[in-house]
Every structure is written in structure tokens, then in C-alpha cells.
Design a protein around this ligand. Structure first.
Ligand code: G6P
Ligand code: MG
Length: 216
């Protein structure tokens, strides 16, 4: 195994919750309905514009293109307000140690996120330097479950997809990893991430040797 490719939101930091908060505020204040945490699972890993489309369909609402663009921008402004307060203390438990163990094992480290805010978040939490490659929403044209983001990561590292492992909290992200021909590690609940090769609640105490033994 030569590379580990990490999703950002919900794997490295708890920003999946901030995305939900900002979309929920938009649904409540502008669209006149609520979105549940359960529905929010469908938004994880999905691009900003596609997320809004899914929310509108969920509420049986249609909007003209101009209003959609304005609402997507508004959601992002609220989201950026939330992420601006982030510090290195917001790195999820177990992540730093796991990245160190990965590095020590000689395995490359990549980021595969659909978010256009990924780079500023990595800077705020001080871990840009830990990544050999960063693929974010500014470098891709298709969101997850399309495999583009992970295939690009493997390509930039010059490593074959089957030698990569994807770490994901999203159903769409696990699908993207599988479609890329990679092994997938779910971070979250096994009931939600049914298609993952293996699922952990978080990266605390995950041992690389044991993980690779379970995957191969
Ligand atoms: C990640 C998150 C999604 C988010 C997407 C785009 O994939 O899991 O919830 O919609 O990035 O993020 P952005 O910051 O560009 O709106
Ligand atoms: Mg995620």
C-alpha cells in the first residue's frame, strides 16, 4: 500500500457539522422548511451546487438560477464565518497521531476533498505541510460520488489506484473511492457507511499494520 487519501470534512475536522448548520439555516430562513441530520447524510461529499439542488428537491421547491447562485453564496458566507474560528485544536481526535504513523510507515498522504474551502481550513488548523498532495474543489469538475478527486490524487502522487486507501465519512465518498478502484475506510457509523471495506468511529488508536491486514 503506497498512499492514504483523506477526505477533509468529517474525517480530519468536524466541518461536516458546520456545512449542515449553514445549509439548515438557509433552509429555515430562506426556504421555509427544515432539514434533518439524517437527510444531511445525502449532502456529505456532494458539491455546493448539487447540495442546494438536493435540498430544493427535498423541499419540493424550485428557484430560478440567479436565486440559486445567491443562496449558494449566502450559505458559503455563513459557513466561512463558522470555519474562520477554527484552530489546530479542531483537528479531530486521533488524526495527528495517525498521520504521523502513516508518514513513518513510508505511505504517502493525500487530501481528496470536493470543498473549495479545503486549503484555508488546512491552513487554519496548521496541517498543510502534512500532505504530499492536495486535491480540492478548485482542481476538479465533478463532486463525489464521481471518482475524479481520488484518481487525480493518485495520479499526482504517481501511484496506482489499487495501491491507495481512501478515508471517508460520506456515503458518496465511499462510492467515489470504490469507483476509483481503491480500498475504502469509513469513518463514522457502520449502519450508514455500509459499502466501506471497514468502518471505524474515528482514527483514535487505529494501527496501520492491523488496518492493512484487515483490508488485504
Ligand atoms: C465537501 C463536503 C460537502 C460540501 C462540499 C463542497 O465534500 O462534504 O458537504 O458541500 O465539500 O464544499 P464547499 O466548501 O466548496 O462549499
Ligand atoms: Mg466528508
Amino acid at each position: 500500500m503506497k498512499a492514504f487519501l483523506f477526505d477533509l470534512d468529517g474525517v480530519i475536522v468536524d466541518t461536516a457539522h458546520f456545512h449542515y448548520q449553514a445549509w439548515r439555516r438557509l433552509a429555515n430562513e430562506k426556504l421555509g422548511f427544515d432539514i434533518s441530520e439524517e437527510f444531511n447524510e445525502n449532502l456529505k461529499g456532494v458539491s455546493r451546487t448539487e447540495s442546494l439542488e438536493r435540498i430544493l428537491a427535498h423541499g419540493n421547491t424550485t428557484l430560478d438560477e440567479g436565486t440559486k447562485a445567491a443562496y449558494a453564496t449566502l450559505k458559503n458566507e455563513w459557513y466561512v464565518e463558522l470555519i474562520n474560528k477554527m484552530t489546530p485544536d479542531d483537528i479531530l481526535p486521533g488524526v495527528k497521531v495517525f498521520l504521523e504513523k502513516t508518514r513513518q510507515s513510508g505511505i504517502k498522504i493525500g487530501l481528496g476533498s470536493v470543498s473549495k474551502n479545503a486549503k484555508p481550513i488546512l491552513e487554519k488548523i496548521g496541517i498543510v505541510e502534512d500532505f504530499d498532495v492536495i486535491i480540492d474543489g478548485t482542481k476538479i469538475s465533478k463532486g463525489k460520488p464521481d471518482p475524479e478527486v481520488f484518481l487525480k490524487g493518485a495520479q499526482e502522487l504517481n501511484i496506482a489506484p489499487h495501491e491507495c486507501v481512501v478515508f471517508e465519512d460520506a456515503v458518496a465518498g465511499i462510492e467515489a473511492g470504490k469507483r476509483a478502484g481503491m480500498k475504502t475506510v469509513g469513518i463514522g457509523q457502520a449502519e450508514v457507511l455500509k459499502e466501506a471495506d471497514i468502518v471505524f468511529p474515528n482514527l483514535v488508536n487505529v494501527e496501520i499494520f492491523e488496518l492493512l491486514q484487515a483490508l488485504f
